[in-house]
Design a binder for this molecule. Structure first.
Ligand code: HEM
Length: 135
């Protein structure tokens, strides 16, 4: 059974690194075409939530001590980050095709804003995940 935990935790951390890492990189560099990252980011977020829920079921089901409270804060900020990314980046990237230059500039500004908010929230998530064990 040990190998199942190892694979799930490994997938969780790898997908989390991809999601948080690309979000922060895209947020810092508006010249990067954020729309090309949106689908991989949402895919990584899906893997993070799926494996995260499994980890909760394996190791934290039925208890809500200080470690779980820190994990829950990280989960909440990750949920809000996914919502913000979906609402701001997802909707803007769908409208990009066929938009004129002025509209494209506006849409790109909206996407950068979404990535910045999501990136900030994911920094909190990563911090909570990495330190929860110490609480
Ligand atoms: C960017 C997003 C995320 C990253 C980078 C991330 C990263 C990590 C890391 C590095 C750990 C290992 C902590 C340790 O063993 O000391 C961890 C644990 C955990 N994560 Fe995440 N995580 C993310 C999002 C989430 C989400 C969304 C959930 C829930 C849906 C979640 C649930 C958990 C749980 C339950 C554990 C505890 C596992 C254990 O007790 O060993 N994580 N996470």
């Amino acid at each position: 059974m040990q190998y199942v935990y190892i694979i799930v935790l490994g997938l969780h951390v790898m997908a989390g690194v991809v999601w948080a890492g690309t979000t922060i990189a895209v947020a810092r560099e508006p010249e990067i075409r954020a729309e090309r990252f949106f689908r991989p980011q949402m895919g990584a977020a899906g893997v993070v939530f799926l494996t995260g829920l499994l980890l909760w079921y394996f190791f934290h089901n039925g208890s809500f001590g200080s470690m779980e409270k820190v994990l829950a804060l990280g989960i909440l900020t990750a949920l809000i980050a996914a919502g913000v990314q979906g609402a701001l980046v997802g909707s803007a990237s769908r409208q990009l095709a066929g938009a004129d230059a002025a509209t494209q500039t506006q849409l790109r500004a909206k996407m950068t804003k979404g990535e910045r908010i999501a990136g900030g929230l994911l920094v909190i998530t990563v911090f909570c995940m990495a330190t929860a064990r110490m609480f």
